[in-house]
Design a protein around this ligand. Structure first.
Ligand code: PLP
Length: 384
């Protein structure tokens, strides 16, 4: 059938790639999938074809979710538009009105805000617990408690709780354990293998690894992830195909990046510990991380300046290390929790937690450790 110009302009033919197999995953940058006929639409609804509408599913989303599920040794995964989207879906897959969740007292501010400001409006209650001080959950579990949530390595003070112990505790009380493994990644620890039901990642961080994408992934028990996927679709928190593609592309170098970043961090932590202008260094100990793979302790370090008033000069004096309030990229970067993630803290909370004006959070990258140390030395030597 001959077509007119307008029709030809719109109906640009795209090549079918069945015979010419692309080595790299194509980006399915489409909002919807086309069907040869109504029979194939029926096949989709019967679960015999994969995709209909990108908010409900897209090959790039599946690629990323399956890859993270494989690395975390989980049954199933779902991707989301951000780490927060994935956390929301995981929480709502388990919690409903009248339910209660136990959370570590040190969690990402966004997760705290989601529970405290939003899910509380639906009658979901939360109790914060210091998992480094308490021994059991006995005093905190009520008949309404459904879940335990904590981070493998906390932000910004980088403490590591005894994960195997707390998962066992949660199981004894019939709770679902959901763990935010963003800072540790499956390279260092796989909470599912200890019995956690759900593991969540801000794909924006080490999973993507290049500070060029915002994404999230939730993996875990098949039934819970299936429910979480419905929530992602219905609440409109689906990941865009390009963001999924970028995250999956970044993920391929996770092991190499983590190995180098963790090794660099160890050297940098030693340097900071011996520096007279640094009064405290927060970096997981070998003892705390005994259950991590590869004998590594993560690639994040926080430290406090001896003279907190020098904080502005410190950031200004850095030559190439960027001040950027995120983490986990291949480039080393620094952030300032007090003026960003923990801005809402009162002076009292700052003193109580140690998240004070002089605290610097350092995300160690893949550069040469000596260069990272030299730039930090320049920052610490800054004259006012
Ligand atoms: C530990 C942790 N979890 C979750 C999030 C939220 O991820 P996103 O910013 O991708 O929504 C962050 C963001 O910084 C984080 O640090």
């Amino acid at each position: 059938m001959t077509k007119q110009f307008e029709t030809k302009t719109v109906h640009i033919r795209h090549p079918h790639i069945q015979e010419d197999v692309s080595k790299a995953t194509p980006i399915y940058q489409t909002s919807v999938f086309a069907f040869p006929g109504l029979e194939e639409v029926e096949q989709y609804y019967a679960g015999e074809r994969g995709y209909l509408y990108t908010r409900n599913g897209n090959p790039n989303q599946t690629e990323l979710a399956d890859a993270v599920a494989t690395l975390e040794e989980a049954e199933k995964g779902v991707s989301a538009a951000s780490g927060m989207g994935a956390i929301m879906a995981g929480l709502l897959a388990v919690l409903g009105p009248g339910d209660h969740i136990l959370v570590s007292h040190e969690i990402y501010g966004g997760t705290y805000g989601l529970l405290h400001n939003e899910l509380s409006r639906f009658g979901i209650e939360m109790t914060s617990i210091n998992l480094n001080e308490e021994k059991t959950l006995d005093a905190f579990v009520t008949p309404k408690t459904k879940m335990l949530f904590f981070e493998t390595i906390t932000n910004p003070l980088l403490s590591v709780v005894d994960m195997p112990h707390w998962i066992t505790q949660a199981k004894a009380h019939g709770l679902v354990t959901m763990i935010d493994n963003t800072f540790a990644t499956p390279y260092l620890v796989r909470p599912i293998t200890y019995g956690a039901e759900l593991v969540v990642h801000s794909g924006t961080k080490y999973i993507g690894g290049h500070s060029d994408v915002t994404s999230g992934v939730l993996v875990g028990r098949q039934d819970l992830v299936a429910r979480a996927k419905q929530i992602v679709e219905t609440y409109g928190a689906s990941l865009s195909p390009f963001e999924a593609w970028l995250t999956a592309r970044g993920l391929k170098t996770l092991a190499l990046r983590m190995e180098k970043q963790c090794d660099n961090a160890k050297e940098v932590a030693e340097f900071l510990r011996s520096h007279p202008k640094v009064k405290a260094v927060y970096y997981p100990t070998e003892q705390e991380t005994a259950f991590f793979h590869h004998h590594k302790q993560g690639a994040m370090i926080s430290f406090c300046l001896a003279d907190e008033e020098k904080i502005y000069e410190f950031y200004r004096a850095l030559s190439w290390i960027k001040l950027a309030p995120s983490l986990a990229g291949v480039e080393t970067s620094v952030s300032h929790p007090v003026t960003t993630s923990h801005r809402a803290f009162t002076e009292e909370q700052r003193q109580a937690t140690g998240i004070t004006k002089g605290l610097v959070r350092l995300s160690v990258g893949i550069e040469t450790a000596r260069d990272i140390i030299a730039d930090l030395e320049q920052g610490l030597g800054a004259k006012s």
